[in-house]
Ligand binder design. Structure first.
Ligand code: GLN
Length: 487
């Protein structure tokens, strides 16, 4: 059963070929069997899942089920889940039981999906390797000495190992696309404002966006239909109708204009990754697409601008964790100052503290203009690059990440090298555009992702472009040997 896509499982449930309880038990058993080693889940909600599965079976029998009714999924542990620990990968929230559901969680609940548990992640979504998690690193199912990418590494690894058919993720600078690429799954970061951020623990509010992580574009389309839409509880949610993503998947690609930014194929890109991405583009030519070389001249400024804007916003967002209201509190504080200092000092990990300090510095009087304001101007230039490009092309393609998954520990002590893992994904967040990563092949046994970037609210087109490629390739159906098991 675990070799099936979300879409196939949905059809099996509707046809009565399998019950949601049986399906849920199958995935819970796989988690029990494999996750001790993989560490892709922080919390497994066995009882709640089985209860939801029983309710889903009744709903299917009563004839009022939707396509996601009874299908098991997992949520990144950044989404608040009523009555269930929501840790955000941090010691700070290790004891935090959310008193409400995030809008995204609520949407899946309404649809009747079954939640298997909460997936591991970099602490407060800061990282590209999952190594900053308080709960320890996640391993890449394709090679357990390597990282799964981050920050949604638990979601990516659990789907790649088929411990869950699909999962939610969030992407502030690449956290859906980069782990999707490194684990060989399909992930989509929607346009900023498409998916509600309410109840999604904030990292950098002007960049954060939730999205689906699954085996195929078709599965992502199914999930996005449920996740998208206006939410009055999120002031940046956009009131734009949700298209029927699935019906648009089958359109042909004849005449599609694909832009290849020369800056995405230059120094820093691993030759093996480049070869795989170029082969994927050849495949698109066969499907009738036209390839146009373009330039995004400010690409080199994306990482530096991001590492001012994101820490600035995080330093402000994370000020709420003070040891008073909720979360971690130090033992025996001598006074209020000591309570603040030790609760934050002991509750946050190294990377989070580094970001808070960089952000507080960049926002301080005297440095605000030199750093924060400058970064905001650069952000504008980057958006403009894309605006001009989309006057000429329909979608932009390139690599998702410069290399395949690196070894655990390899970059952990070198933050700047780690930050460069997101060199091709970050600009998309700064501009607020939608982007996808699609499995495009392997290099020395490790998956490579093709990135597809679209214009604002063109998720339907991205999914269509990815789906057509998945009709003629089977990279997205590959399962790591150690996790094939008996289906
Ligand atoms: N790796 C980037 C960072 O560490 C992006 C993380 C994300 O998208 N949440 O900030």
């Amino acid at each position: 059963m675990h070799t099936k896509t979300l879409t196939e499982l949905s059809a099996m449930l509707q046809a009565g070929e399998v019950s949601s309880v049986a399906l849920t038990e199958h995935f819970l058993d796989r988690i029990e069997q494999y996750d001790q080693d993989l560490n892709s889940f922080i919390t497994v909600t066995r009882e709640e899942a089985l209860e939801a599965a029983r309710a889903a079976d009744e709903r299917i029998q009563a004839g009022n089920a939707g396509p996601l009714t009874g299908v098991p999924i997992a949520h990144k542990d950044i989404f608040c889940t009523d009555g269930v620990r929501t840790s955000c990968g941090s010691r700070m929230l290790d004891n935090f039981i959310a008193p409400y559901d995030a809008t995204v969680v609520e949407q899946f609940k309404q649809a009747g999906a079954v939640v298997l548990g909460k997936t591991n992640m970099d602490e407060f979504a800061m990282g590209s390797s999952n190594e900053t998690s308080f709960y320890g690193p996640v391993k890449n199912p394709w090679d357990r000495d390597r990282v799964p990418g981050g920050s949604s590494g638990g979601s990516a690894a659990s789907v790649a190992a088929r411990l869950a058919p699909a999962a939610t993720g969030t992407d502030t600078g690449g956290s859906i696309r980069q782990p999707a690429a490194l684990c060989g799954i399909t992930g989509l970061k929607p346009t900023y404002g498409r998916v509600s951020r309410w109840g999604m623990i904030a990292f950098a509010s002007s960049l954060d966006q939730g999205g689906p992580m699954a085996q195929s574009a078709e599965d992502c389309a199914l999930m996005l239909e449920v996740m998208s839409g206006f939410d009055e509880k999120d002031s940046t949610s956009v009131n734009e109708a949700v298209p029927d993503y699935r019906t648009q998947l089958s359109q042909g690609l004849q005449g599609l204009k694909i832009g290849l930014p020369k800056e995405y194929f230059s120094e820093g890109l691993g030759p093996e990754v480049e070869a795989v991405v170029r082969a994927a583009i050849e495949e698109y030519k066969k499907l009738g697409a036209e390839i146009i070389e373009i330039s995004l001249p400010n690409t080199h400024l994306a990482v530096p601008a991001y590492y001012v804007v994101a820490p600035a916003e995080c330093s402000s967002n994370l000020s709420r964790f003070d040891g008073v209201r909720y979360g971690y509190r130090c033992d025996d504080p001598k006074d209020l100052q000591d309570l603040y200092e030790r609760s934050r000092g002991e509750g946050f990990g190294e990377e989070v503290k580094r970001r808070i300090m960089i952000g507080a510095y960049a926002l301080s009087a005297g440095y605000y203009d030199a750093y924060y304001l400058k970064a905001q101007k650069v952000r504008h230039l980057i958006s403009d690059d894309f605006r001009k490009a989309f006057e000429e092309v329909d979608v932009i393609m390139g690599p998702t990440a410069p290399s395949t998954a690196f070894k655990l520990g390899e970059k952990a002590d070198d933050p700047v090298t780690m930050y460069l893992s997101d060199i091709y994904t970050i600009a998309v967040n700064l501009a607020g555009l939608p982007g996808m990563s699609v499995p495009a092949g392997f290099s020395e046994g490790m998956p490579v992702g093709l990135q597809i970037i679209g214009n604002y609210f063109e998720e339907a087109r991205l999914l269509n472009v990815a789906h057509q490629y998945q009709q003629v390739t089977d990279w997205h159906r590959q399962i790591p040997e150690a996790f094939k098991g008996q289906s």
